[in-house]
Design a protein around this ligand. Sequence first.
Ligand SMILES: [Zn+2]
Length: 415
Amino acid sequence: MIFSFPMKRLVLGLVVIPLLLLSNNISWAEDLLAIRIGQHPEKTRFVLELSEAPAYRVFTLPDPYRVVIDLPKLNWKVPQSDVPKPTGVVEALRFGLFEPEVSRLVLDAKHPVAISSVFLLPPKEGHRHRLVVDMIRVTDADYKASGEQQKQRASNPPLGSNTVVASKPPVPDLSAPTSPKKDKGRKIIVIDAGHGGVDPGATGVTGILEKTLALEYAQSLRDALEKSGRYSVVMTRDNDTTLALRQRVGIAQDANGDLFISLHANKHPSGTVKGISVYSLSENGSDKEAEALAAKENKADIIIGFDLSDQSPDVSKILIDLAQRETNNQGKQFANVLVGELKRETVLLGRPHRSAGFAVLKSPVIPSVLIELGYMSNREEEKILKSSKHRQKLVGAITRAVDEYFGKLETFNSQ
Ligand SMILES: [Zn+2]
């Protein structure tokens, strides 16, 4: 629920604003470059193309039915002739400045409508950042059933005058998976380079940033997996962009990923600690050290200004919990296989497979692991981490682990 914790959001906002003002990566007035609406068999897709990855919030309102998209102040760069004709559930499109710093787009709907997913896509193939909103027609009864939610949203006070707004994360729709066709049965591996943009992550002894190291490893891993011809790879980011943890999960879910691998590097007050470690999601508790690390990694969303409140609607919670349990087991299996391969190539941290509540591992449908590649606070290990030889070794080990994991699953499924 996006508006159920206004106090919490307010507090986060106060924490966040000074950090954002210090950063010159934030653009306060983004350019709206293009608008597209498409009708698909199972949904209406609305896409906004923007100069920067925006903060956003999306919700529905009744009487008349409509979908509201709030964004930071936009410079409208779309010629009138390029505004698409309404289609699907969308009957009309309106746009205006809602408040001094908030631009609002309203999509009037013919029928009761629900938002099936919302996510951001990073720049790719000539496109800039895209905010994608998928909508589906629902029955009056379904819409009314979520009435409480609607009321809360409608009565919520408008956004503050800053541009830091909460984003509604995509809620997985387990009842109706819209599975895009997979490329000749290739598994889809989602690679997530940790941090990025305004969130640099840890800093190494010689000044290298975790976000940079993570991206280098992510790109090498992508190349290796794609070269094998067995996998399609989706990157949550392929450049120095800012992404919320939930957006990363959203990208993975939208891509229908089969496996999610998040890459990070660690630091420790003691310069001697070193070694690689692999994390899977723990449902309830794990050791203190692992939780402290999870808390540190989860801070990314506070840094870049997203709401951390649990936003899963109650109705789908049980379904999600069930799916999550099975997915977690698979994530743990993969983590074990990974540790087996990595120990052939590099130094492991003590108890190398750990679990903790990392937000980025919380997809209920995609087995997910987080790899801390090593300690940038250890001079020797930082140097090794930067070498392409070491990178290739680790990438080779991860690739073998991916092969092994899917090999085992296949054997299991064919029995
Ligand atoms: Zn990290």
